[in-house]
Design a protein around this ligand. Sequence first.
Ligand SMILES: Nc1ncnc2c1ncn2[C@@H]1O[C@H](COP(=O)(O)OP(=O)(O)OP(=O)(O)O)[C@@H](O)[C@H]1O
Ligand SMILES: [Mg+2]
Length: 277
Amino acid sequence: MQDTVQIDGVTLSLSNSISNELQWIGQTEVLRQLAACWLVVDKSDLPLAPRLVGPPGIGKTALAMAAAKARDQELYIYQCTADTRPEDLLITPILASNGKIAYHASPLVTAMIRGAVCILDEGNRMNEKSWASLAPLLDHRRYIESIVAGEPVGTLFVGRGVTMPAWKRWLGWSADSRGRIVVDPGAQQAVVAQGRSLLAAGVRRLEGSFATGDVVSLAGEDGREFARGLVNYPEADLRRIAGLKTEQIAGELGYCPYDEVVHRDNLAVIRRDQAPS
Ligand SMILES: Nc1ncnc2c1ncn2[C@@H]1O[C@H](COP(=O)(O)OP(=O)(O)OP(=O)(O)O)[C@@H](O)[C@H]1O
Ligand SMILES: [Mg+2]
């Protein structure tokens, strides 16, 4: 059974920590240098996120593990590849066996929540877009968001003292949307101004092709996107129930797994100024 936490009403399944019995041999100076990166004297000081570079096999990963052990902190390792996407680093929505969407926190986010050490191993392989999603985490902002393009850097860790990102920032700003749901003004108002879920009744038309759990854009009748969220129905089903009242869904589809098309917990409003008055 995996550990879970509740954040903003969303249940996150956490990653597992690595058992770490690494004994660092000799070379105490380099271990001290690394430990110094996390030294804070005052509460307002921020620990650094050091990058370790060096030839293959020199002991970079081993050093990072040894430093976590010396600090007696839990250790998480994320293995970076060229295919790592920003959401892999943060939170991945997964369709669970019960048909619901489960949210899995990456080793990095789990380490942030737990106040642990995370090694982004082989970070040099990771693409710029994924690094960019971590930029605010690595500076004074201390949360995850995707705005500025980051430099490709190497192995790095995040020490304690970071705050949990609003994962909705990812949803709203860095996730790629697979399709678009155009809604009527009443539904837009309910979502933007009242923080409500999107119901089938407010759906006017669809663009693009998406499956359950995909990120979709919500747009007003003017075509402007005002929110993003994870959709509970595949596009083909949603076409059939667009405009219907929730109690009519089962009659049309033969099933009604969700009352909401996009639940408010899985939705990030990105243009508050677009609320129709
Ligand atoms: N000072 C040390 N103390 C203990 N073990 C070490 C030390 N230096 C290197 N090692 C050992 O050497 C091996 C290679 O180290 P490691 O895997 O950390 O290298 P790396 O720099 O991460 O390499 P790569 O770039 O290939 O990932 C490991 O088995 C590690 O335990
Ligand atoms: Mg290594």
